[in-house]
Design a protein around this ligand. Structure first.
Ligand code: AMP
Ligand code: MG
Length: 465
């Protein structure tokens, strides 16, 4: 697209053309004093954009003068169906073919109230947008499918939350913004657009499914598989998404919408961080089941096209297979062992062991020290030992390649974001550098590997992000 006199990115609009009923043209509000806070140079280059040009003129990154569109979708939030959610504070800037030939969405968050804002202000604050940047880069570095941030720009506006906060716009990149909630909306409110939406999703994410005997059944199967793999990856790093509403479940299988998410410290399936999650609906241990529930809603929305329901029965086995394979790698085993892995989680829970610390310590041979009941650990460790190869060369190194040392610890992240809000981005960049290369120990970063000190206030995330 042309902004001012320069071409920064060649943007397409296949979604608007192929499924016009599911978005509306809508302009971004003017940012009074846009100032670039962070730019993802590597991602910019992957998209074919010149980072220097983006730095020199941030107007593209706040949507100024662009042909932006607000996307509409529905969703089950906290189990309650909302027939029309949509992008209340976000806009699709356009699509771009990246250097790997993949079509990616550029999307802006915090660009003002849209027709779907439902009375909210359409704004976003610096802290939560930097948080989304950090968490997306963390997941990317862990090899977990995710949207990624291209940039965060401070708008120069002060926004009202529980206190006045600096406003920001996040520019994020996604394989697409197709959500289960998009299909729910089409099925309920734009039935004439459902087939075009499904065809667009197939062409974009699972092109070979178009040749299947039953393409929409195949679409469902692929999404079920991609999401089973995704939630298994979350569980394997202790990630708690926090708001697994159907509008936050993608068709691409990417993690999206980093709000009240966080990494679990001491193992506890009941771990929740969101102040809103009183019942544990989206707790760590509830994630696979809630995802299956969300996929059932996806299946229902596809029913006008094909009778897809049976496929969902494949979810539990697919999830367990992905999880057990991942656990085997984490434990240095060549073959998955569900019982050994499940028993370990129960043991870590009973002993309140820090999830991330445990796997690095296991590779280093120091895990026993983490347990109060060392005999219980010894009994489990003996079972694992029996499954290890006679020649252990390379086992610890292989484990360290899949078990992160650096994750965005909650107390560290909060401190970094607080400093950033005050104008000091150094702690943010230090943390970003650590989690961007999470497996290789580097001197000087030891403080980032420790869980919050005992007795610290538990981490709570609030809405109004
Ligand atoms: P989220 O919890 O961020 O996934 O958002 C859920 C829905 O609320 C989406 O439709 C958002 O676009 C909308 N939303 C969240 N915050 C705001 C805001 N400040 N202004 C307008 N809409 C918002
Ligand atoms: Mg959302």
């Amino acid at each position: 697209m042309v902004v001012g006199e320069r071409t920064l990115l060649d943007l397409d609009d296949t979604y608007a053309r192929e499924v016009p009923a599911l978005s509306v043209p809508w302009p971004a509000v003017t940012a009074p004093a846009p100032r670039l806070l962070v730019l993802n140079d590597e991602l910019a280059a992957e998209l074919g954009a010149d980072p220097a040009a983006l730095r020199a003129d941030v107007s593209l990154l706040v949507g100024a003068g662009a042909g932006t569109r607000a996307l509409v979708y529905a969703g089950h939030q906290w189990g309650v169906y909302k027939p029309r959610l949509g992008d209340g504070r976000a806009l699709l800037l356009g699509e771009v073919v990246d250097s790997h030939g993949r079509l990616r969405d550029l999307h802006l968050k915090g660009t003002g109230a849209t027709p779907f804002a439902r009375g909210y202000d359409g704004r976003a604050a610096v802290g939560p947008m930097l948080r989304e940047y950090l968490l997306g880069e963390t997941m990317h570095a862990l090899g977990i499918p995710t949207t990624r941030a291209l940039a965060v720009v401070a708008t120069g506006e002060t926004i009202e939350r529980d206190r006045p906060l600096p406003g920001a716009v996040l520019c994020r990149v996604a394989a697409s913004h197709l959500r289960v909630g998009t299909f729910q909306y089409a099925a309920a409110s734009e039935p004439g657009a459902l087939r075009a939406l499904a065809d667009h999703a197939i062409a974009r994410h699972f092109p070979d499914a178009a040749d299947a005997d039953r393409p929409y059944l195949e679409l469902f199967r692929r999404v079920v598989d991609a999401q089973a793999a995704l939630v298994a990856r979350w569980m394997l790093v202790g990630f708690v998404h926090g708001v697994m509403s159907t509008d936050n479940t993608t068709i691409s299988g990417e993690t999206i919408d980093y709000g009240p998410c966080a990494f679990m410290d001491a193992v506890d399936p009941g771990t929740v961080f969101s102040s809103l999650d009183k019942t544990g609906r989206y707790a760590y241990g509830a994630q696979p089941a809630i995802l299956q529930w969300n996929l059932a809603r996806f299946g229902e929305s596809l029913r006008p096209l094909d009778d897809v329901e049976d496929v969902l029965e494949e979810f539990p086995a697919a999830y367990e297979r992905y999880w057990a394979e991942g656990m085997a790698a984490k434990l240095g085993l060549s073959t998955p062992d569900v019982a050994l892995s499940t028993d370990l989680m129960a043991l870590l829970h009973a002993q309140r062991v820090d999830f991330t610390t445990f796997f690095r310590a296991l590779a280093a041979g120091t895990a026993r020290d983490l347990f109060l009941d060392r005999e219980a650990f010894d009994a489990w460790a003996a079972r694992r030992e029996a499954l290890l190869p006679a020649d252990r060369t390379g086992v610890a190194a292989a484990m360290d390649r899949v078990n992160p040392l650096y994750i965005p610890r909650n107390h560290v992240t909060d401190a970094a974001l607080e400093a950033a809000e005050q104008g000091d981005l150094a702690p943010f960049h230090r943390l970003l550098g650590a989690v961007g290369d999470p497996f290789v120990a580097r001197p000087g970063l030891e403080d980032l590997t420790r869980p919050a000190p005992a007795g610290a206030v538990p981490h709570v995330t609030y809405c109004g992000t």
